[in-house]
Ligand binder design. Structure first.
Ligand SMILES: [Fe+2]
Ligand SMILES: [Fe+2]
Length: 273
């Protein structure tokens, strides 16, 4: 196998400019894989259309959900909430042949392999609290006072869990067990929409937003689960950093106003291995 392992996230295809960028995403070789690390869009049919297009082009597509896929958006005829919506997204991906966090983890055997490619869905639990606060309630209040509130508060329903942190706790437990069962001889590529460690959120313009960006409980996963690379998005701050010697790749396209500010034609697909 001679292809590359590529990654992208935050395609946000509700924007026509972003749909044009997605139309330009093409593999270099017939063996290339593409990781899609969440926030394809909000409307179920848009997400499906985009993943189908990518699946038709790439040898393998691996998807992890972002918060936008999990929204129950007023413009979406699919009105499922919370776990039921996530399950429907997984079923749609399986129909398309796109790998999800619920499928057996695939092993990349091309350049830089073999590595286990693990898409993760662990959500967040408000432990990345706003500066100077010690509880979720305080942290949320600071965010509301600052006018920096993630739309998840209105549209990302945790049903049947009582709240998003309970859903997160269940996902953490199930995901940890899956990761512990992977082949200990192989390194991993850990793929999560939200960063596994808090440090990437330190450069956010609004520090109050960090509480919607991850959980302290994955802080050592990149070491514990042998990550060669950790792929994430959500922050819309594409860059490469290293924590504990592990490479972290933020691979988001982001909103048109964001990628236009970065200048030039966006080439969001990043080669990971
Ligand atoms: Fe996003
Ligand atoms: Fe996001």
């Amino acid at each position: 196998m001679t292809g590359g392992l590529y990654a992208v996230s935050d395609l946000h295809v509700s924007y026509a400019e972003n749909r044009a960028v997605v139309d330009g995403l093409r593999p270099e070789t017939a063996d290339d894989w593409l990781i899609v690390a969440g926030d394809v869009g909000e409307v179920f049919a848009d997400i499906e259309r985009t993943l189908r297009l990518l699946r038709d082009r790439f040898a393998t597509v691996v998807w992890a959900p972002g918060n936008h896929e999990l929204w129950t958006h007023p413009n979406d005829p699919v009105t499922l909430r919370g776990v039921a919506r996530y399950d429907a997204l997984v079923a749609m991906c399986r129909e398309l042949g796109v790998l999800t966090p619920e499928d057996e983890y695939a092993v990349w055997r091309g350049d830089g392999g073999p590595v286990t490619v693990a898409p993760l869905f662990v959500l967040y639990d408000y432990s990345f609290r706003a500066p100077g606060t010690t509880t979720k309630e305080e942290s949320l209040r600071v965010a509301y006072d600052a006018g920096v509130v993630c739309t998840d508060e209105m549209l990302l329903h945790p049903d049947p869990y009582p709240d998003r942190e309970s859903w997160c706790a269940a996902r953490l437990e199930a995901t940890r067990r899956r990761l512990e069962a992977t082949d200990p001889a192989l390194p991993t590529v850990l793929v999560s929409h939200w960063p596994l460690v808090r440090q990437p959120t330190e450069v956010l313009w609004f520090p109050e937003f960090a509480q919607w960006c991850g959980t302290d409980r994955t802080a050592d996963w990149h070491v514990r689960h042998r990550a060669a690379v950790a792929v994430y998005g959500h922050l819309h701050i594409p860059r490469t950093t290293h924590y504990d010697g592990v490479r972290f790749e933020e691979v988001s396209l982001g909103y048109p106003r964001e990628w236009r500010r970065r200048g030039g034609e966006p080439a969001p697909m990043k080669r990971i291995l």
